[in-house]
Design a protein around this ligand. Structure first.
Ligand code: SAM
Length: 241
């Protein structure tokens, strides 16, 4: 990953309370969406790009065994010590050849694919998820959406890496197209659905964030979902495949 410059324009303008309000809403909405739409109550989860928070808030023990993988050894260590992963190892998305075919019920990319997209096309990550999933399992991705006004603005700023660093701290924060997420899923034999986790942006004033929460409740409407600021992709591997 590219280094993050904390002294950037947007971080100077944002208070911790404003950021935290949105993080809490994202987590609430992630749980709601998975409870309603995932249909998998337990099993083995691989969290790719697990970071220090591998996704225990979404896949609680003991129903789920959570395995983390990350390029950063320090994050791998912390994900087990503090993040609640059952085990974790150092590895790179698309290069996890040591893992057996059909060995996971969920492959989770939480805020990972938008970094991978800066490094290479997403094809290998989707192919790998399809290989690792058991029939009836699902790839779950939570990523910033390109069709939200903030995502669109970010992708314009990203055209100049030095401007991106000055505005939001890093150039490797690539909002993803919901159309591309769907088509990559279908290409590898998965059946995709897209939900908007939230239409809020973490820099929005808190009163405005709370007002937008009403729209979040409609985040699974086919017309609105692709325009979320955070998107959730649930891409299922058909049973009998
Ligand atoms: C924004 S963090 C997300 C962490 C965690 N999934 C979460 O939800 O908080 C992105 C993580 O992806 C990892 N990462 C970036 N590129 C990767 C790659 N190609 N393969 C595996 N991990 C990667 C980074 O080291 C970082 O820990």
């Amino acid at each position: 990953m590219e280094p993050y410059r904390p002294d950037n324009l947007l971080d100077r303008l944002s208070s911790d309370d404003t950021l935290e309000l949105q993080y809490a809403q994202v987590q609430r909405r992630e749980r709601e969406l998975l409870e309603q739409y995932l249909g998998i109550a337990g099993g083995d989860v691989l969290s790719v790009g697990c970071g220090t928070r591998p996704g225990r808030h979404l896949f609680p023990a003991p129903s789920f065994r959570l395995v983390g993988v990350d390029v950063d050894p320090e994050k791998v260590r912390t994900s087990v010590e503090w993040g609640g992963a059952d085990e974790a190892f150092v590895g790179r998305a698309g290069e996890l050849d040591q893992l057996e075919d059909a060995s996971f019920d969920v492959v989770l990319y939480r805020l990972t694919l938008h970094h991978v997209a800066y490094q290479e096309p997403l094809a290998r990550s989707f192919e790998e998820a399809a290989r690792l999933l058991r029939p009836g399992g699902a790839l779950v991705a939570v990523e910033p959406g390109l069709w939200h006004p903030v995502g669109a603005a970010l992708s314009i700023v990203n055209r100049s890496p030095s401007l991106a660093v000055r505005v939001h701290g890093t150039p490797d924060d690539v909002p993803l197209s919901p159309r591309a997420l769907r088509s990559e899923s279908r290409r590898v034999g998965l059946e995709p659905e897209i939900h908007a986790v939230t239409f809020t942006w973490r820099r929005m004033p808190r009163a405005l964030q709370r007002a937008v929460w009403r729209l979040d409740r409609r985040g699974s409407s086919r017309a609105l979902a692709p325009f979320g600021h955070h998107l959730m992709l649930i891409a299922r591997k058909p049973r009998g495949s």
